[in-house]
Structure formats: C-alpha cells, structure tokens
Design a protein around this ligand. Structure first.
Ligand SMILES: C[S@@+](CC[C@H](N)C(=O)[O-])C[C@H]1O[C@@H](n2cnc3c(N)ncnc32)[C@H](O)[C@@H]1O
Length: 263
C-alpha cells in the first residue's frame, strides 16, 4: 500500500493553528500510563534515553523530571515544540527517523509513541530502533489500536472513525491494523522478554481524549469525505456525539509493547 503523502504534510502539520495543543490532549491522556510502564521497565537515574518522534516533548521531560533519567535525546522531523521549552538534560535533534543517517548512538531506553503507525514500515523501524539499544536496554513502542469500531453497528461515530482510518491510510499511509503485531516484530528484531499491554481511556464529554478525537476528526474531514464513506453532516454529528452525555463509545486505545536487548 503506497500513500500520496506522510505525517505532517497534508494532515497534522505543526504549522496548523492548535496542532501542539491537539498532540498535548493525547499526551495528557496517555502520559501517566506511558511513564508508569517506562519506570517499571527500569527508566531512572543513570539512563540514557532516546524519544523518537517526540512531538511536544511531554514524555521526554517527564522522564527527566519524574523518573530522574540522566539524559534524553528527543528527535523529531519538526522540533519547534521541543525547542520552545529547554529543559536540563534534554537534547533536541531535528531528523527524519526513516533516513539512513538517523542512528544517533546507543541508549538504555528507546521510546516511540504514536509515530510508527504513521510510517511505511514499522517492522523496519522496530529493527532499526532495536539496534540502537545498549546491552540490556529496552525498546518501547506505543501506537493506536481501534478494537471497537471495525465490527460495531453503524452509528455516526463508528462510520466516521472507519472513514478516518481509511482516509489516513490512503492519504498519509497511517495504518493501525499492524499495531497488534508489534510484539511479534520485537521478537523478530532479536529482542527478549517481549510483552505488551493496552490502555483504553473512557470518552467522558469534555475530557482530554474526547477533545482530542473531536479535533482529530475535524482536521481529517477532507480525507474522510474523499473516501465516499461519509459526508460533512455525518462528521459534524460524530463530533457533536463526542461532547454529548449520550456518548458511551470506546475510543481507540494505546498498545504499548516492549522488548529488551540481550546482555
Ligand atoms: C502523533 S505525534 C506523537 C508525539 C509524541 N510521540 C507523543 O506521543 O506525544 C507524531 C510525531 O512524530 C513525528 N514524526 C512523524 N514522522 C516522523 C519521521 N519520519 N521522523 C521524525 N519524526 C516524525 C511528528 O513530527 C510528530 O511530532
């Protein structure tokens, strides 16, 4: 499957007004889960960490401030949000992580959240990132899994979510159907002690995750409509539903998978 563009071009450009805030709404929802897992896996004093596609840098900064890691290299194609808030221990580097000259050294932790699902080959990226681990280091990859909308009865919300995934796949190559196979990909990359978990937050009206999805549906409206599966009125209805007390749907969740480099 080839797509016409990639993340940050037609959709989710950091130039778009409010894009940093949209990314922060997802971060506000998932950061506690991510940080708890990273700390449980050992992230702490002395650790050298790489955050791939670091976005606004919430995970990178919390690793430094709360987990007390020694240093974090935060890499992104666009570093405007990362560079805006310098933090002791945080080094920012602008790079395309799919480029051949990306590999920046060896790390105790390599983390990538909501990034690989937008790239052409998560298998290849997991293998590349696995090679950046110091002996005993851990690779942690997190991405979206939509466990509920594919086979659910047709409602404005489920129809629009399905159209969004189809539209994003066609336009920028985003493909969440590969995410449940991350544990298998980590094992194929030679990593050990592979495991995974899923967190699905509740869609409470007004919550960060409900606002994140309302904004994301609004931003991806043109690609959804181009699929022919939905129209403007249906997207409006789905966005309104997310802010309604009637909303009892489940949103996509976050699958986090990890594996360790042999000592
Ligand atoms: C959905 S955001 C996730 C941000 C952050 N990891 C988080 O979970 O809050 C995806 C990030 O990946 C970055 N990104 C996408 N493709 C990339 C690439 N090829 N190289 C480097 N960064 C990339 C984007 O610029 C964006 O900041």
């Amino acid at each position: 499957m080839t797509s016409a563009g990639r993340y940050g071009e037609r959709f989710f450009s950091p130039e778009d007004a409010g894009e940093g805030d949209r990314v922060d709404l997802a971060a506000a929802t998932f950061d506690d889960t991510t940080l708890a897992r990273l700390r449980q896996l050992g992230a702490g004093p002395g650790w050298r960490c790489l955050d791939v596609g670091a976005g606004t840098g919430t995970v990178a900064r919390r690793l430094l401030r709360e987990a007390g890691v020694s240093e974090v290299l935060a890499v992104d194609r666009d570093v405007r949000f990362l560079a805006a808030y310098p933090t002791p221990g945080l080094t920012v580097r602008q790079a395309d992580v799919t480029a051949d000259d990306f590999p920046p050294g060896r790390f105790d932790l390599v983390h990538a959240r909501f990034v690989l699902m937008h790239l052409p080959s998560p298998e290849r990226m997991i293998a590349t990132l696995g090679r950046l681990l110091a002996p005993g280091g851990v690779l942690v990859v997190g991405d979206a899994v939509d466990l509920t909308t594919a086979d659910a009865p047709d409602t404005p919300y489920t129809l629009v979510m399905r159209a969004m995934w189809r539209g994003l796949r066609d336009s920028i190559g985003t493909d969440v159907s590969r995410v449940p196979r991350y544990p298998e990909m980590l094992r194929a990359a030679g990593l050990r002690s592979v495991a995974a978990e899923i967190h699905v937050p509740p869609l409470v009206p007004g919550s960060a995750i409900s606002r994140f999805w309302a904004q994301t549906l609004d931003r991806t409206r043109s690609t959804m409509i181009a699929t022919g599966l939905v129209d403007d009125a249906l997207v409006d209805e789905a966005v309104r539903h997310l802010d309604s007390p009637e909303c009892a749907d489940l949103p996509p969740g976050m699958l986090t998978a990890w594996g360790r480099s042999p000592l």
